[in-house]
Design a protein. Structure first.
Length: 754
């Protein structure tokens, strides 16, 4: 059975890149359809079992290539359903990497500071939280103790986990039954559904062709729920915009297969694949030495024997994430729990005199599985992976009913990659084997080659068309209206878990995709809050939107465009007790001031619009705000916004702190802006900004006297008329936040056809 349909936006894949695109575009008013190759499971659908046909084999995709095997998610929610929810941000040096091409791989427009506000958006949406040592598992604590004993540091890893719900069952890689893991099933996807997006599981996209009107036609097969080798139907969907987010192992294959219909693909499609430099080591721990050397002991008189308890990863060693080190010598070492299956097959028996990954000595090693400690290495490879000709259908030739396939990826590690692995293996060995606490050996590459759970870079962004398939806004070169937002867009290895960076890049791509959709006639706007309605991170990203959405409608201010139009709606609803003039009804002086506010301040803020019924008062309020913050003077804009943010914190005005913090992100280092917004002034690295912020905060709280002098004298000292809003004024609006949709349906399979 074949069907024909049309929509505004067709999203291929429902992992981080697909879910974020689906949410923002649906929330902005577009008709969105998401096609997902895998099944739709959640909650109690996830089995604590490894039997064939259980959820474990249904939601994974394991593709064996030539020298590299890729393990990824195959379900609604993609990799977020099976990941360990570790969400660190990429180190600063990553964005300056040259890799095998000998020059900077990342686009000039991207750096750690430039990505910081988009990281913040993801952290707010998931949400991502830090862990302290009370959250650390036995395995994590053992790794931390070993690092400390050998003179190294260890840190709890930031995660997207609700520790209050976590039962430490260690089945999170098979999907979380308890909704403790914050997968996309708990945030972006249900929010996309609430805004009208459709998600269709078991729909495998085969190729893309063009339509006569300049749009695209996506061709798909419907996959059997039990045997993924069987196709039960198919069809096409026409769309004005296509967002590919099928994963770094599938997105390039779809584009390769589309070349006869779409025309020549960029050279970098299917090239420069990176396995994130990944490698695993498994140690067998000597229980007696854990007690004698490290002084560790747990209930029941046991020293450790806790490989199976908890969740992973929880603790990482980041000592080698040092930008001063040469490339390919930088890596992270993360304690990880890998469940039975590949972990028991590929782990090698330390000190084996015969076969290492099977045989008698391996059998003895398996008897001590509770005393294992697995360390995950993420390093820098040379992007040496290349995809060969695509298979007839799908991303691989299916070998079994579920999970297992043979792919067309070729990966032969260069000397640089091998050197990095050796250095990392040596450090793991030094940390674990010191004082005889354990014996360790890396997993074998003899069975399935190298392996990765974080495939990257097979359709990457960049400035050079010869080495990148996408421009810095994620649009496929030579094929306007096709975008890629999954891990394949990341230029190279990150040396840390990549989910946070993939998601941040997807968030950053959304304004440009919205712009392209509008140019193709889709009635969509950009500016949705986090899926739960939070807005502080959205405001922080606002100053960057203008550069990504270049131009709005006729007469739109440069900094406003689509974002300004969306924020008008939220701002308008926050003014109380007076009837503010709506933007579309503004005339004369009010219209002129509204245009100036959006041009110079970025958003039409309620503290300004509430004065609009009295145009003269509105003009005076805007003049006061503009002259103290925007107009040039003896203090630069960064100092002024720092003062405004810190005074607002001192006044306990959350709205004002958010608005000024939004602008501050575009003026100072991302970390400093975040520290000021959170009131952690001691963490501000810039001494000038730190001193000014402390002075201004003390003015706001009243701790500083009226005559306290600023550390570096600004054009004028802030007074109550500048930033401290009177009680009368402050009651005129509530905190500016988007309200959640009236209903948010659960992310359930039964809604696939809705």
């Amino acid at each position: 059975m074949t069907s024909f349909e049309s929509t505004d936006v067709l999203v291929i894949g429902s992992g981080f890149g697909g879910a974020i695109a689906a949410y923002h575009l649906a929330a902005g008013g577009a008709r969105v359809v998401v096609l997902e190759r895998g099944p739709w499971l959640e909650g109690e659908d996830f089995d604590h079992d490894f039997k064939l046909g259980s959820s474990y084999t249904r939601i994974f995709d394991f593709v064996v290539g030539d020298g590299m095997s890729v393990l990824g998610g195959n379900c609604v929610g993609g990799g977020s359903v099976v990941y360990f929810a570790a969400m660190p941000r990429a180190p600063r040096f990553v964005f300056e990497r040259k890799g095998g091409i000998g020059r900077r791989m990342w686009p000039k427009a991207l750096s750690r500071d430039a990505l910081e506000p988009w990281y913040d958006r993801v952290a707010e949406a998931m949400p991502v939280t830090g862990q302290d040592w009370d959250d650390v598992t036995y395995a994590g604590g053992l790794w931390a103790a070993l690092c400390a004993r050998s003179g190294h540091t260890a840190n709890p890893v930031p995660v997207a986990v609700d520790n209050g719900k976590c039962t430490n069952c260690n089945w999170m890689m098979a999907g979380c039954r308890f909704d403790a893991k914050r997968s996309l099933l708990t945030n972006y996807l249900p929010a996309a559904l609430a805004h009208g997006a459709q998600i269709r599981p078991l729909h495998e996209v085969q190729h893309i062709s063009r339509t006569d009107d300049g749009g695209y036609r996506v061709h798909y097969n419907v996959i059997d729920d039990e045997d993924y080798r069987v196709h039960t139907g198919g069809g096409t969907i026409d769309a004005k915009i296509v967002v590919l987010a099928a994963g770094a192992g599938a997105t390039p294959v779809i584009l390769q297969r589309s070349e006869p219909s779409l025309g020549k693909m960029p050279h970098a499609v299917g090239r420069y694949f990176s396995g994130n430099g990944e490698r695993l080591n498994t140690a067998v721990i000597d229980e007696d030495r854990v007690r004698e050397v490290l002084g560790l002991e747990r209930d029941g008189g046991l020293a450790y024997a806790a490989n199976q308890i908890g969740r992973g990863p929880v603790v990482a060693n980041w000592d080698r994430l040092d930008g001063s080190l040469p490339e390919h010598s930088r890596f992270s070492l993360e304690q990880l729990y890998f469940p039975p299956g590949l972990g028991t097959i590929l782990a090698q028996a330390p000190d084996a005199t015969g076969p290492t990954w099977f045989g008698v000595e391996k059998k003895e090693m398996l008897k001590r599985w509770q005393s294992w400690l697995t360390i995950f290495i993420m390093s820098e490879d040379d992007n040496e992976g290349v995809f060969g000709p695509p298979p007839a259908t799908g991303n691989a030739m299916r070998i079994s009913q579920q999970m297992l396939g043979r792919g067309n990826l070729r990966y032969h590690p260069t000397a640089n990659t091998l050197r990095g692995w050796t250095e990392a293996d040596d450090l793991v060995r030094d940390i674990i084997e010191r004082d005889g606490v354990g014996r360790v050996r890396p997993w074998t590459n003899d069975v399935v080659g190298a392996y990765t759970v974080h495939p990257l870079a097979s359709c990457r962004i960049g400035d050079d068309p010869a080495t990148s398939a996408l421009d810095d806004r994620h649009e496929l070169r030579g094929h306007p209206g096709i975008f890629v937002t999954d891990g394949s867009a990341v230029p190279g290895a990150l040396t840390v878990n990549p989910a946070m960076t993939i998601a941040a890049l997807a968030e950053r791509a959304m304004p440009g995709i919205v712009r392209a959709a509008r140019e193709r006639g889709v009635p969509v706007e950009y500016g949705a809050p986090s899926p739960d309605g939070a807005t502080s991170a959205r405001r922080a990203a606002a100053p960057l939107v203008a550069g990504l959405v270049q131009g709005g409608g006729p007469g739109e201010p440069a900094m406003a465009g689509a974002f300004a139009r969306v924020t008008r709606r939220g701002a308008q609803g926050q003014v109380r007790h007076v009837s503010a003039v709506r933007h579309e009804a503004a005339r004369g002086r009010v219209a002129e001031i509204y245009a100036q506010v959006e041009r110079d301040f970025g958003i039409l803020a309620p503290p300004v619009t509430l004065h609009s019924p009295a145009p003269d008062l509105l003009a005076a309020a805007w003049m006061t705000l503009r002259e103290t913050l925007v107009a040039s003077g003896r203090a630069d804009r960064a100092v002024k916004e720092t003062v405004a943010s810190a005074v607002s914190l001192g006044n306990s005005c959350r709205y004002c702190a958010d608005v000024h913090g939004m602008t501050l992100h575009g003026l100072v280092r991302g970390r400093d802006a975040a520290a000021i917004a959170e009131g952690r002034l001691e963490a501000v690295a810039d001494p000038r900004i730190r001193a000014v912020a402390a002075w201004a905060r003390d003015l706001g709280t009243g701790e500083a006297g009226a005559d306290a002098r600023p550390p570096s004298r600004p054009a004028r000292r802030p007074s109550s008329s500048g930033w401290r809003w009177s009680s009368t004024t402050s009651t005129a609006w509530s905190t500016c936040s988007w309200r959640s949709p009236p209903s948010r349906p659960a992310c359930r399979p039964g809604r696939a056809a809705a």
